[in-house]
Design a protein around this ligand. Structure first.
Ligand SMILES: Cc1cc2nc3c(=O)[nH]c(=O)nc-3n(C[C@H](O)[C@H](O)[C@H](O)COP(=O)(O)OP(=O)(O)OC[C@H]3O[C@@H](n4cnc5c(N)ncnc54)[C@H](O)[C@@H]3O)c2cc1C
Length: 532
């Protein structure tokens, strides 16, 4: 090669720009307290992305995991399979998830009304203008109403899958997931200690110096990750980090959970149904449906909740009450403690945000891992990123409560009159000036853009606002009615040939006909390495 060619190669060699995605750190050991979804996912991610750090888990088989948390968002799919490298086929065989195309909300307007909130962009504007409903806005929504999925049987009997093009998430039975993650954690060489932490020792600077267990063991790490659930054993109890309740936006604090038979139908969506004093989820599993009536104890006692559930869902015998609180601590990172999952914050489960936010916290930690405990800039960055995410979810959920007109009970009257929607008011104002939000280019530094968080982008706000029929005087869209209706026809035509989830699982086509492998190997699949 000529010297000029050599010089050109050297001058334009940009390989030096390949900075490590997960920066090196002086932190050598991490103890994760908690073996729930948050604790196990954290340990797996640390082992994968910061393998030089010695990560261990302490959990107590005497303190049960929360046992709910079964509806997820799209981020979970790339996170599990790309980031953590969990093999999809094994996951489908052992955890047996079902697929979720979105949420079906029995919500917004009085009577027998619903709107679909899915993960796929659509033409809500046209749908709303021409049909006064957004449920034909895209193929995924039409599939949801027909209880079908984007896998079609062609005229020749062969299957064509469009799962690589239509984002979905999983419904996951929590006990299956926990059992599976526990196995993977052990297989990957992460130590798990089964003991109850009864004492958190602090040094003179109020940093955690060790955790003591009921069996008299003492464990010392550089960094302590608190995944102890609502107990918040280290961040809340030991460090007394202040808690900010979200009660003026979200007043629910308890769920009555129960199962019902699915009668052979596995819906491809979570269903959220308005109830007299809150709402009830339906999460379809392969063998039965899981439900939870989320309500406020200020408005509804156990007997009232149970009577309402029985009147609507049949004679429920077995049920469980799960208490929770919505809000967050002032800091996720305090001293040498970082909290992930319910121990840091939670907003009630209407939009299935908790596991997604735990994953987001995990990735934020892995990407901004402080160099040491004096690296205040990285720590401040982590804290503000995570706090902003929870606050955005709070306001986003607030829009659901303030504008749901389906029922007129005292509970819903209170919500409509009093729900604080904070910064989301600006989104509503912008929407009314220039609907839909997804058509506007606000620029990355605009106040609007800072309110987009994780999965909730301009399409999500559009869906929620159109879905609850908040726009009174829509303008005629550019697309003609004929063009719009011809698209809707194509969605319905495809849907006629689409499979149900039950057909997909019963036929074993996921494995036999390579639907699963094609989904992950398709060069254009939406399931790519996550930055969540
Ligand atoms: C009603 C309800 C519905 C929900 N629905 C959804 C949903 O649909 N989608 C979603 O994404 N999220 C949902 N969530 C949230 C979700 O359940 C949790 O965010 C998720 O399961 C993570 O929980 P966790 O790991 O933080 O806590 P947990 O599951 O409570 O785990 C806590 C762990 O800490 C251990 N532990 C605690 N104290 C000690 C101690 N002193 N010593 C040793 N070990 C200890 C326990 O043994 C356990 O292993 C829901 C939550 C509620 C309340």
């Amino acid at each position: 090669m000529s010297s000029i060619a050599n010089a050109v190669d050297t001058a334009f060699d940009l390989s030096y720009l390949n900075f490590p995605k997960y920066p090196p750190t002086q932190i050598k050991s991490i103890g994760v307290l908690g073996g729930g979804t948050a604790g196990y996912l954290t340990a797996l991610a640390l082992k994968k992305l910061h393998p030089q750090i010695k990560t261990s888990v302490i959990e107590s088989s005497k303190i049960p995991v929360i046992g709910v948390g079964e509806s997820t968002t799209t981020e979970v799919v790339p996170f599990l399979h790309r980031t953590l490298g969990i093999e999809p086929e094994r996951f489908f065989r052992e955890v047996k998830p079902t697929l979720k195309l979105g949420i079906k909300f029995d919500w917004g307007c009085p009577g027998d009304y619903h709107f679909n909130f899915n993960f796929f962009a659509g033409h809500q504007q046209e749908s709303y203008y021409y049909e006064d409903s957004i449920n034909n806005a895209n193929w995924a929504s039409v599939l949801m109403d027909a209880n079908k999925i984007p896998v079609i049987r062609n005229e020749d009997g062969e299957l064509s899958s469009f799962l690589a093009s239509i984002p979905f998430s999983y419904h996951i039975d929590n006990k299956h997931l926990i059992r599976f993650l526990n196995t993977v954690v052990r297989e990957r060489g992460i130590d798990i200690v089964d003991a109850e932490v009864t004492k958190v020792n602090l040094d003179e600077k109020e940093f955690v110096s060790s955790l003591e267990t009921n069996e008299g063991q003492k464990f010392t790490y550089d960094l302590y990750i608190d995944c102890s659930g609502f107990r918040s054993r280290i961040l809340g109890q030991a460090l007394k980090t202040d808690f900010i309740p979200f009660t003026d936006t979200l007043i629910n604090n308890r769920a009555l959970t129960f199962d019902t038979p699915n009668n052979g139908v596995i819906g491809p969506h979570t269903r959220c149904t308005t109830m007299n004093n809150g709402w009830c989820w339906t999460i379809p599993m392969r063998e039965e449906n899981h439900h939870g009536y989320v309500h406020s104890t200020l408005y509804c006692d156990e007997a009232t909740a149970l009577a309402e559930v029985r009147a609507k869902y049949g004679n429920i015998e077995k049920y469980k009450m799960v208490e929770f609180r919505s809000g967050r601590h002032t800091q996720a990172w305090n001293k040498n403690v970082f909290a992930i999952g319910n121990s840091y914050g939670f907003v009630e489960p209407l939009e299935s945000t908790a596991i997604q936010t735990a994953m987001h916290s995990i990735m934020t930690l892995c990407k901004l891992m402080p160099n040491n405990f004096e690296d205040y800039a990285s720590i401040a960055g982590i804290n503000s990123e995570i706090a902003a995410t929870w606050d955005t979810f709070r306001w986003f959920l607030g829009i659901h409560y303030k504008f749901n007109k389906q029922l007129d009970t005292p509970y819903w009257q209170w919500c409509r009159e009093n729900t604080n929607i904070g910064d989301a008011q600006m989104i509503l104002d912008l929407f009314h000036q220039r609907p839909p939000l997804s058509a506007s280019n606000f620029g990355t530094q605009s106040p609007y853009s800072t309110l987009e968080a994780l999965v909730f982008n301009s399409y999500s706000y559009d869906t929620l606002i159109y879905g609850q029929k908040l726009l009174k005087d829509p303008k005629k869209p550019k697309m003609t009615k004929e063009e719009y209706l011809s698209r809707v026809d194509s969605y319905h035509e495809l849907t006629k040939h689409a499979l149900t989830l039950k057909e997909l699982f019963d036929s074993n086509a996921l494995f036999d006909q390579e639907i699963l492998s094609q989904l992950f190997e398709d060069p254009d699949t939406w399931i790519v390495e996550t930055e969540a």
